[in-house]
Design a protein. Structure first.
Length: 310
């Protein structure tokens, strides 16, 4: 091994450093780690933003919902499935937001609007009304609790499909045979045509009668005198002779009869008022601007007071 001659050129520090065995070891080791990393990629540790964190309260809530539905606690396998479904929903939700799928979506907008209304309907903020308060509110809204009149009647049907243009005349002739006859007379059973529904209707409200025979027929019944065969009355199905057994007039019940219903309606009214106030407060923060109307636009009543045009 030769040494540098006195007075001759000395090896540079860089050359001596490059010739160090330790440097060679570090370079080779780094290359090996790089190759191993390329061949065995590992998922990076999730950042805080990418974490899905479930609390004990979340798990307790999932267990309670399951138990309420199935009347037993979930098994370990079922609990694992519940957790995986929760995680799946959260991942899909976050990924959809990342892709902007919530933008310009009518269904999403409507759902968020409904959630805002639900916030305003929070019944915990509605105090329990006193009996005196409910009575006063009931007196102001008595018409909302009116019970409709009810009627019980029997009818004989005459079909325009079977009798043609003479169907009404046939009903008039049949009425002469039913005068002074009781509602259950054998004559009534044989004199008309077969009806697709019932021949006798007991204790029906006008809306129920109208759903079968039509509104005009139901209104005609309210003016009939009970105890006689009357008619003919036209319905949407044909012509009828009618025997009214009884008519119960509509009425407004006493407060004591329907106090639970009154309270339920009072709560609904409070919710509606809360929604109205909430929206009015939010609406006041916005200015709605519409394009100026042209000759093709239909006039919209009330736009002058609610929006501006530009």
């Amino acid at each position: 091994m030769s040494s540098a001659l006195p007075g001759g050129p000395q090896p540079s520090r860089v050359r001596r450093w490059l010739s160090e065995p330790l440097l060679h070891f570090l370079v080779i080791g780094g290359a090996l780690f790089a190759i191993y990393g390329a061949l065995n990629p590992q998922t990076a540790a999730p950042s805080q933003a990418n974490q899905i964190r479930l609390t004990r309260e979340d798990l307790r809530q999932m267990t309670m919902v399951w138990a309420a539905k199935w009347q037993r606690p979930p098994t370990p396998e079922e609990m694992h499935s519940l957790i995986e479904n929760k995680i799946r929903d959260e991942i899909l939700y976050r990924e959809s937001l990342a892709l902007g799928l919530d933008q310009n979506d009518t269904i999403v907008r409507r759902r968020l609007a409904q959630k805002m209304e639900f916030l305003a309907e929070d019944t915990s903020a509605i105090g329990d009304p006193s009996t005196a308060e409910l009575k006063a509110w009931f007196e102001q809204n008595r018409s909302n609790f009116a019970l409709p009149g009810r009627i019980s009647f029997r009818h004989v049907y005459f079909s325009p499909d079977q009798r043609g243009l003479g169907v009404r005349d046939a009903a008039v002739d049949a009425l002469e045979k039913l005068v002074d006859k009781p509602a259950d007379s054998p004559v009534a059973a044989d004199i008309g045509d077969r009806f697709m529904f019932q021949d006798y209707y007991a204790d029906r409200a006008p809306e129920q009668v109208a759903s079968v025979f039509g509104t005009a027929f139901a209104q005609s019944l309210s003016g009939l005198k009970p105890g006689d065969w009357l008619g003919p009355i036209e319905s949407g199905l044909g012509w009828h002779l009618v025997f009214v057994d009884s008519i119960t007039p509509g009425r407004v019940p006493m407060f004591e009869e329907i106090e639970p219903e009154v309270k339920a309606e009072w709560i609904n009214a409070q919710r509606a008022e809360a929604r109205r106030k909430m929206f009015a407060a939010m609406r006041a923060r916005y200015e709605v601007v519409l394009p100026p109307p042209d000759d093709k636009d239909a006039p919209v009543a009330g736009t002058e007071s609610s929006v501006k045009t530009r």
